[in-house]
Design a protein around this ligand. Structure first.
Ligand code: FAD
Length: 255
C-alpha cells in the first residue's frame, strides 16, 4: 500500500514505512526496508501464529529445527540492530491523510508514507466442550503398560466452516496421534521410536517399518473416524456429520 513516492511532508517522526504485524513476514520485510535505509516501525499486537510452532524444520538455515518463539526472538534482535522500532500495539484504524497514511492505535496516531500489511491470518475456533483440539493431544496414561505411554482421546475432530455467503461447510480433521489399542507392529515401532508419529519431516527416507507404522496408524485413525461419525449413513442422511460428532460418546479409553 503506497501513498506517494514523493511525499510533500517532511514532518519529524514521519515514517517511510509502517509495517503492521510483527510475525516472520513483517519482521523480514522491515529488515530489508531498514537495510535500504528506510525509516521503519513495526506495530505488532503480539499474536503471531509462529509462536505456536513447537519446532519448524523447514526454515532455511536452521537444519536442526527452530521453535517459532526462538525464531521471532532472533528476528526481533536482528531488527534492533538496524534501529527498527518494534512497538507492541494493535492498530485499530488505518486511513489516508492526503499523500500519507494515518494509523490509529490506543493512545496515539502514527503518520507514514507507506504501509506494509503483514497481519497474518486468525483462525476462529469454537467447539462444544470436549470436542475441540484438546482431544488430539497425547496425555500420559495414569496406569497401564509401559509406564509413561501417552495417548490422545481421538485422532480426529469435526468442525463447521461458516462462510460470509452460502451454506456452512463441514470439515473433518484427522491427525497422526497415538490412540489406545493400536496394532502390535505400530506399538512396537513406537516403543523403539518415541518421537513417532511426530518425527522430523526433514528426513523423507522412510524405512519399511517406519512407513508401515504411519500407514497402519493412518488406516486405524480413519477407520475410527468413519465408525464414530457413522459416515456410511450421516454423509447422506438426516443427521448431519456435525450432529453425530457432537452427540458421539467419548472415545477415550484412558485409564
Ligand atoms: C501450530 C502451527 C505450526 C506451524 N508450523 C510451521 C512450520 O513448521 N513451518 C512453517 O513454515 N510454518 C508453520 N506454521 C505457519 C506459520 O506460523 C505462519 O505461516 C507464519 O507465522 C505466518 O507469518 P506472518 O508474519 O504472515 O503472520 P503471523 O506470524 O501470524 O503474524 C501476524 C502478526 O500481525 C499481528 N497483527 C494482526 N493484526 C494487527 C493489527 N491490526 N495491529 C497490529 N498487529 C496486528 C498479529 O498479532 C501477529 O503478531 C505453523 C502454524 C501453526 C499455527
Amino acid at each position: 500500500m503506497k501513498a506517494s513516492m514523493t511525499p510533500s511532508s517532511h514532518e519529524p517522526g514521519l515514517l517511510d514505512c509502517l509495517v503492521i504485524g510483527g510475525g516472520p513476514a513483517g519482521l523480514t520485510a522491515a529488515l530489508y526496508l531498514a537495510r535500504y535505509k528506510r525509516s521503519v516501525a513495526v506495530f505488532d499486537a503480539g499474536r503471531s501464529r509462529a509462536e505456536w510452532i513447537p519446532s519448524s524444520h523447514n526454515y532455511p538455515g536452521c537444519p536442526s529445527g527452530i521453535s517459532g518463539h526462538e525464531l521471532l526472538a532472533l528476528l526481533r534482535t536482528q531488527a534492533s540492530f538496524y534501529g527498527i522500532s518494534l512497538i507492541n500495539v494493535h492498530v485499530d484504524d488505518l486511513s489516508r491523510a492526503g499523500e500519507l497514511f494515518e494509523a490509529r492505535f490506543e493512545g496515539g496516531t502514527a503518520r507514514t508514507r507507506s504501509v506494509l500489511l503483514a497481519t497474518g491470518i486468525v483462525t476462529r475456533l469454537s467447539f462444544v466442550a470436549g470436542k475441540g483440539p484438546e482431544r488430539l493431544i497425547m496425555y500420559p496414561a495414569t496406569k497401564g503398560y509401559p509406564a509413561g505411554l501417552r495417548y490422545a482421546e481421538a485422532p480426529f475432530l469435526v468442525g463447521e466452516i461458516k462462510y460470509k455467503e452460502g451454506p456452512p461447510g463441514t470439515f473433518i480433521y484427522v491427525k497422526a496421534t497415538i490412540i489406545k489399542n493400536i496394532d502390535f507392529a505400530t506399538a512396537g515401532y513406537l516403543a523403539a521410536n518415541p518421537a513417532f508419529p511426530h518425527q522430523t519431516t526433514a528426513d523423507q527416507f522412510f524405512s519399511p517399518d517406519q512407513f508401515d507404522a504411519y500407514r497402519l496408524l493412518g488406516y486405524e485413525s480413519a477407520l475410527r473416524m468413519i465408525e464414530s461419525l457413522k459416515l456410511t449413513t450421516t454423509i447422506t442422511g438426516q443427521t448431519s456429520i456435525l450432529e453425530a460428532y457432537n452427540e458421539s460418546g467419548s472415545l477415550s479409553q484412558l485409564s
